[in-house]
Design a protein around this ligand. Structure first.
Ligand SMILES: NC(=O)c1ccc[n+]([C@@H]2O[C@H](COP(=O)([O-])OP(=O)(O)OC[C@H]3O[C@@H](n4cnc5c(N)ncnc54)[C@H](OP(=O)(O)O)[C@@H]3O)[C@@H](O)[C@H]2O)c1
Length: 248
């Protein structure tokens, strides 16, 4: 694993930051933003070395072991764990094309399974293998990117069944892991974040005229500002890129 060093290594490095999905549109911008903040950043994804693929569970455990080794080597805490993976459309594991459903008529097992694998099961495996690497004392943040459309309370439009349901499952997983994390470290924060509508491969087919699509760099700097400002007691909650709470 090749760690990406911060720009000036003579500065005090605040700690290590890991971005899972650091090769995606928002993930890559988060990597750049965290480097600018002075963190040593490790980006993990299917195309990194080592590779992390949710369809291959042992790769998640193997990457966590390498991160643990790096933490021991540098003697600094894991201060940021950001999960920026996600799936809305594209090829499923079984080779079918999946699109967000406009009607229950379009519900399809392969697409549902793939959405749940990437949006909920994969991040759950990250919880299992990476949350134990967070320090046992002091402020640290684990942030999982979800989507406002995963909110049941906010769902007035319908459609997008698999994406909405898998993000709702992710939200419950994060809320549950935040409760467990607080037993290990009362200052640790584990939250769900909505990045807004961002110009990436994930949103590209759905960007309509008039829809406000922001550059990934802007979204990343908003998300990092929200992460830095999370108050004590906000663990287990769901926030947008402005730091405003979203209903479950
Ligand atoms: N863009 C938006 O408007 C928007 C809006 C609301 C919420 N979000 C959420 O924000 C997050 C980031 O989205 P994005 O727009 O940056 O999407 P993106 O550019 O499509 O990135 C998706 C990421 O997921 C990773 N991924 C996909 N399948 C994987 C697998 N099997 N194993 C491991 N990683 C896998 C991709 O890795 P590879 O690089 O290896 O393909 C990539 O890093 C997602 O959770 C998304 O739901 C985005």
């Amino acid at each position: 694993m090749t760690p990406i060093p911060p720009p000036d290594r003579s500065n005090n490095i605040p700690g290590l930051a890991v971005v899972i999905g650091g090769t995606g549109g928002i993930g890559a911008a988060l990597v750049a933003g965290l480097q600018a903040q002075g963190f040593e950043v490790l980006a993990l994804g299917r195309r990194t070395e080592p590779a992390l693929d949710y369809a291959d569970e042992p790769t998640v455990a193997a990457c966590a072991l390498q991160v643990a080794d790096r933490l021991a080597q540098i003697g600094l805490p894991l201060q940021r764990l950001i999960v920026a993976t996600g799936f809305l459309h594209g090829e499923t594991l079984s080779g079918q094309q999946a699109e967000p459903e406009r009607s229950w008529q379009h519900l399809n097992a392969a697409a549902l399974q793939h959405n749940f694998l990437i949006n909920a099961i994969g991040p759950a495996l990250v919880m299992r293998h990476f949350l134990p690497l967070l320090p046992k004392q002091g402020r640290c943040v684990a942030a999982f990117l979800s989507a406002r459309v995963g909110s049941i309370g906010d769902n007035a439009l319908g459609g997008w069944y698999a994406y909405r349901a898998s993000k709702a499952a992710l939200n419950q997983l994060v809320h549950t892991s935040a409760i467990e994390l607080a037993r290990r470290n009362k200052e640790a924060l584990c939250v769900v974040l909505h990045p807004g509508t961002v110009d990436t491969a994930l949103s590209q087919p759905f960007a309509k005229t008039g829809l406000q699509v922001r550059p990934a760099g802007e979204a990343a700097s908003d998300l990092l500002a929200v992460i830095d400002a999370l108050p004590a007691g906000s663990s287990g909650q769901f926030f947008d890129h402005k730091g405003l709470a979203i209903p479950w």
